[in-house]
Design a protein around this ligand. Structure first.
Ligand SMILES: O=C[C@H](O)COP(=O)(O)O
Length: 264
């Protein structure tokens, strides 16, 4: 497949709903004990998955026709501590080996380890051209779980840095200080598609859906939301509501009402 064809595996009309279930390489994962059951249950509502090599090696039928993004770094928050950064352990060859359509790696501008991290990301992007497998760089100011640093100004810089380094798609947190419309500053200053992650489970459907509505209204190309889906009381129902906002231009209120409708 060409680089563009691989990228298009994740997008429908330029928009995407990706389910990341790669958290087992970084943080405890209550709710994700069986990643394959999770993949089966949300499959009708998502366009792709972010997974680690161990899951990718055991790909299930429900993943057929979906975009597969291989996580290339690892980070154990329990031993390293928050903000310690991650280590790049896999690359483009492993992605090809498991038939992935993209790779994902963290970028931590302002992190204590940024010199090594920037070089690892650059090396990954450079080698991605050898096999035409695109990169989705997850740009987090300072580090994973450092949400106090996820301000509009720092997220805007992080997104731009990822794009400048050559990422095909940039994934960022929704800024903690963004008012409706403010996220446009991030999407306007980033010349790649920008997708939004979810962070720790909010346990607040209305706030989650409003955040996604605001992000999409401000030019986001989609979402890669993990814990707020797979730790939800009904992962399939919340995935359906998120997909309604991203793909059908449902409002947050309509998506909230949809949560009460039975699943097919
Ligand atoms: O790869 C995982 C992402 O960081 C998104 O996951 P999250 O929505 O649980 O933050």
């Amino acid at each position: 497949m060409t680089r563009q064809e691989n990228l298009e595996a994740f997008f429908r009309n330029g928009r995407t709903v990706i389910l990341p279930i790669d958290h087992g390489c970084a943080i405890p994962v209550p709710g994700l004990e069986n990643p394959f059951d999770m993949i089966d249950s949300v499959s009708p509502y998502v366009d792709g998955y972010v997974i680690n090599l161990g899951v990718a090696m055991r790909a299930s039928d429900s993943m057929a026709g979906k975009g597969i993004c291989l996580r290339t770094d690892v980070y154990n928050v329990r031993t390293e501590g928050e903000g310690a950064g991650s280590i790049n352990v896999y690359g483009i060859e492993e992605a090809e080996m498991v038939g992935a359509n993209a790779v994902m790696n963290m970028l931590y501008p302002g992190g204590f380890n940024e010199r090594i991290n920037f070089q690892e990301v650059a090396d990954l992007i450079r080698t991605s051209f050898d096999l035409d497998i695109p990169t989705i760089i997850e740009a987090l100011p300072v580090g994973l779980g450092q949400s106090q640093h996820y301000t509009l100004e720092k997220v805007q810089f992080a997104a731009r840095l990822a794009a400048e380094l050559g990422s095909d798609v940039v994934k960022v947190p929704y800024p903690i200080d963004a008012k409706p419309g403010d996220f446009r500053r991030v999407t306007d200053s980033c010349f790649t598609p920008v997708i939004v992650l979810g962070g720790a489970a909010m346990n607040d459907d209305a706030s989650l859906l409003k955040m996604v509505e605001d992000a999409m209204d401000a030019g986001a190309a989609g979402i890669a939301i993990g814990r707020n889906v797979w730790q939800h009381r009904s992962p399939a129902a919340i995935a359906r509501s998120l997909a309604a906002i991203v793909h059908e231009e449902a409002s947050a209120l309509e998506a909230l009402a949809l949560l009460k409708e039975p699943l097919r």
